[in-house]
Design a protein around this ligand. Structure first.
Ligand code: PHE
Length: 497
């Protein structure tokens, strides 16, 4: 509370201690030299806590207009005109020169009407009376300065019509002690401080009850995007399951690592520029592992490892084309190749990062999104292991019921689409794609023949939109996102539904 408000409150309560009432807050404020507005605020606050009982009072009063203020100082125009007319009279032309235009214009007529002046033939003005009193000025002064002045009603009407005064509604209070009146108001403490404890004041002091519904101060500074929150949760599930994160820090990839090593034929429609963003500069990757490239070429053309291949003419030129990776499986293929070079040990890998596809943008598709990918490589893994690890993974998200549907990926066999039962939508929805990497992909890398890799992938956007109740992907990602969403979205808790 400001120091003056504090002073007003103290003075007011003290006054009520020895007086039955304050009849008019305006008078009281004037006598105590307080600003009436500030007094009104204090009264409202004291009334709110029952210290006083107040009733509002209204009064209509008159105040001077700017013109009225001027005449209160200089005299009314008619008086000024009268003063300017010498006893021997004056011509209108001469008089006009002596006065302000508006004073001459208004004052002459009024002075004639008042019968203070007369007009002779030929335009000379003569005094009709010896002396006059400037009633208008006196009335204006009374209204301006007087506290309890009586100006006759007809005079008020005149002044109002001449726009020298205007009415103003004055509001104030009349007040007396309230049910909780005390000569001093001690505000309930909002904090149990060291001082209150040490002084023993806590025994007597009233404390303000906690408001558990109050919202905290909004935190300024950084806010995490929902996608980042959900990503953190997925990451911790993978980490709990013993998976290592793969380095995904290359959006630009060669067709070789994105497609060819995955046994995706070069005439596959996904490798068309209608589906994939190719780079103009640098358009190509020339440095590729030559012996491995040769094995990939042979597998595509004539097969091997129990496969007959695709039987087409594989072109290095096509494999060298740079693109924005279309899936994080490109990263998985690099990691598996590296594992084969280093000396194979069983591994569990995951990644969560951005991928790009040349898609028509609509409410569920963007040209870029995030993929979550997990893979396990070990000797003798079966489809049963894949189903088992998927059940484990999804149950940690709170998804207990899974179903699998046979599917096709160039790099997995068998392949399965993953469906889960959506409790609120009451239907089965697709939640991911999975499979066992083909020998045509693994063996050219140099992995031992008995090593299998089970893998799955899903988008990060889909579960995020479901968790945050967002039905248009453009509200979640991109330039149309409302910053308020980023500042106020709740924490993410997977597995709790
Ligand atoms: N790469 C697949 C996709 O883009 C997902 C996937 C990953 C499928 C691993 C099978 C195995 O949809």
């Amino acid at each position: 509370m400001a120091a003056t408000a504090m002073g007003i409150e103290e003075a007011l309560l003290l006054h009520l201690q020895s007086h039955a009432a304050i009849v008019d807050s305006g008078d009281w404020a004037a006598r105590s030299s307080f600003d009436h507005g500030a007094v009104m605020d204090v009264i409202k606050s004291l009334q709110g806590s029952g210290f006083v009982e107040a009733q509002s009072i209204k009064r209509n009063s008159w105040i001077l207009t700017a013109e009225g203020e001027l005449y209160a100082v200089r005299g009314s125009p008619e008086f000024q005109v009268f003063q300017a007319v010498p006893p021997e009279g004056i011509s209108r032309v001469e008089l006009e020169k002596k006065l302000e235009a508006s004073v001459f214009k208004i004052g002459t007529g009024k002075a004639m009407k008042n019968k203070w002046l007369e007009s002779l033939k030929g335009g000379t003005l003569l005094r009709k009376v010896q002396g006059v009193t400037d009633e208008v000025k006196l009335q204006l002064l009374e209204i301006r300065d007087g506290q309890h002045v009586e100006v006759p009603d007809n005079a008020i009407t005149d002044l109002k019509n001449r726009k020298l005064i205007e009415s103003r509604t004055w509001v104030g209070y009349s007040l007396k002690k309230g049910p909780k009146y005390a000569p001093k108001r001690v505000k309930p403490a909002t904090d149990l401080t060291r001082e209150i404890l040490q002084s023993g004041e806590w025994k007597e002091r009233e404390f303000k009850p906690y408001n558990y519904k109050a919202l905290g101060q909004p935190t300024e500074g950084g806010h995490l995007h929902p996608l980042l929150k959900v990503r953190t949760q997925f990451r911790s599930i993978f980490l709990e399951m013993g998976f290592e994160e793969m380095p995904t820090n290359n959006f630009v990839e060669s067709s070789f690592w994105n497609f060819d090593v995955l046994f995706q034929p070069q005439m596959h429609p996904a490798r068309d520029s209608h589906d994939t963003f190719f780079l103009k500069a640098p358009a190509r990757t020339h440095k590729l592992p030559e012996d491995y490239l040769e094995r990939v070429r042979r597998t595509h053309e004539e097969g091997g490892y129990g496969s007959i291949g695709y039987g087409y003419d594989w072109k290095r030129d096509e494999a060298e084309k740079n693109l924005l990776r279309t899936h994080t499986t490109a990263v998985s293929s690099r990691m598996l190749y590296k594992l084969a070079q280093d000396k194979f040990v069983p591994k569990r890998y995951f990644s969560i990062d951005r991928v790009f596809r040349n898609e028509a943008v609509d409410r569920t598709h963007l040209a870029e999104f995030h993929q979550i990918e997990g893979l396990v490589c070990d000797r003798g893994l079966t489809l049963g292991d894949l189903i088992g690890v998927l059940n484990d993974f999804f149950s940690r998200l709170g998804i207990k019921k899974l179903r699998f549907k046979p599917a096709y990926n160039p790099y997995t066999e068998p392949s399965m689409e993953i469906f889960s039962y959506h409790e609120t939508l009451k239907k089965w929805v697709e939640v991911g794609n999975s499979g066992m990497f083909r020998p045509e992909m693994l063996q050219p890398m140099g992995l031992p023949a008995d090593v299998s890799v089970i893998a799955w992938g899903l988008s990060l956007e889909r579960p995020t939109m479901i968790l945050y109740g967002i039905d248009n992907i453009r509200d979640l990602f991109g330039h149309k996102v409302d910053l308020k969403l980023i500042k106020s979205n709740p924490i993410c808790r997977l597995g709790i539904h």
